[in-house]
Design a binder for this molecule. Structure first.
Ligand SMILES: NC(=O)c1ccc[n+]([C@@H]2O[C@H](COP(=O)([O-])OP(=O)(O)OC[C@H]3O[C@@H](n4cnc5c(N)ncnc54)[C@H](O)[C@@H]3O)[C@@H](O)[C@H]2O)c1
Length: 337
């Protein structure tokens, strides 16, 4: 049995990862979160189900005053770092908020864990590091050319990890997620961003009648139906890849950078058709112009993930939409929306 630090564990992906780890192993975790975008109900749900296997440490992830004394007492075998701000638009008008939280706080976390000789570090990176790629499917060899401050914060941390892996013994896995969607089948935890900017939860909320209509940005892209094409990955597939990545870096002590996507593109129209079919709701879709900086097609190559991790995404778009729909219905029935 091992003990892991999960930074950002009260958020969407971090909480799904903790549930996955609890259900598939006997490991324990410290859930480290300042609840800036994460929710205390998530912590309560996880603690309610898994009890003392989860310790909640309410703290900023880069706070030495809290983390040093804690890590003096508690042996930790690795860190999964999900904690970040991730609204692209907000990063453009408030870059300091993003560089301070996503870069400065992560550097502080790295410094602290290395001082406690915790070397294995799994980092939530993003397809945003690629910016507008020249080729698709996008391989990990593509140049990092982020076009917004959010993507730049992820690229900066990748550069720092590369620098530290040689000199400071850091062994990292940088996992570049594409569009993450869905929730675990039991719906213990799920996606609750506020504001929500991701297509599937927005569409599902519109189907529930919580929004008047859905805005479709761009219908004249050079794609089969004119709408932008993106790669979606079910959060449970993503969680499985995190564990595979951790085991790989722990065994081989070599850094790893890998895309996590399904290697399959779905157009916005295909996603909306799937949501309308699954929910039985013909909600209003208003067509608008393209948003600046939105490339026509973003699809991951998942060859490297297959080769290095023996992993590939298994769950379909239909499963992502169905679980997102079940989750939002449950929240609505519980009076949480
Ligand atoms: N959701 C996606 O589709 C997607 C895609 C690519 C990358 N990512 C990355 O995955 C990670 C998780 O994303 P998410 O969708 O779960 O976001 P989220 O906002 O739901 O979760 C982030 C969590 O981190 C916590 N946090 C943020 N800054 C912190 C700090 N300084 N100290 C302590 N806790 C802090 C928040 O309170 C929250 O609980 C992020 O790093 C994000 O950039 C997400």
């Amino acid at each position: 049995m091992s003990h892991f630090l999960v930074a950002g564990g009260a958020g969407y992906i971090g909480s799904n990862f903790i549930k996955y780890l609890m259900d598939t192993s006997d490991h324990e975790v410290t859930l480290l979160d300042n609840l800036s975008t994460g929710r205390s109900e998530v912590v309560e749900s996880l603690k309610g189900r898994y009890g003392s296997r989860i310790v909640f440490l309410k703290s900023d992830l880069g706070d030495p005053e809290k983390l040093h004394p804690y890590l003096h007492k508690r042996a930790v075998d690795g860190v999964f770092h999900f904690g970040a701000f991730s609204l692209v638009g907000e990063s453009q008008y408030d870059p300091m908020k993003y560089y301070y939280n996503n870069v400065a706080r992560t550097l502080s976390l790295l410094k602290i864990i290395l001082e406690h000789e915790i070397r294995h570090f799994v980092f939530s990176s993003s397809a945003a590091v690629y910016g507008i790629p020249e080729k698709t499917p996008i391989t990990e060899e593509a140049e990092r050319k982020p076009i917004n401050h959010y993507g730049k914060t992820k690229a900066m941390i990748e550069e720092v990890m590369e620098a530290l892996s040689g000199r400071e013994d850091l062994v990292y896995a940088s996992l570049r997620y594409f569009n993450v969607a869905g929730t675990d089948e039991e719906m213990l935890v799920g996606e609750c961003h506020d504001p929500e900017t991701h297509l599937i939860p927005i569409a599902v909320k519109t189907a529930l009648g919580l929004r008047d209509h859905l805005a479709l940005f761009g219908t004249d892209y050079p794609t089969p139906d004119g709408t932008a094409v993106r790669d979606y990955i079910h959060v449970t597939d993503l969680c499985r890849a995190h564990w595979a990545a951790f085991e790989k870096i722990r065994k081989e002590n070599e850094p790893l950078t890998v895309n996590l996507g399904s290697a399959r593109g779905y157009s916005v129209r295909e996603v909306l058709e799937t949501v309308q079919r699954v929910t039985g709701s013909r909600f209003r879709i208003l067509e608008e112009g393209r948003r600046p900086g939105d490339p026509p097609v973003l699809i991951a190559s998942s060859e490297k993930a297959g080769k290095e991790l023996g992993w590939k995404a298994e769950r379909s778009l239909e499963e992502m939409v169905t679980s997102a729909w079940d989750w939002e219905k449950k929240r609505s029935e519980d009076g949480l929306l």
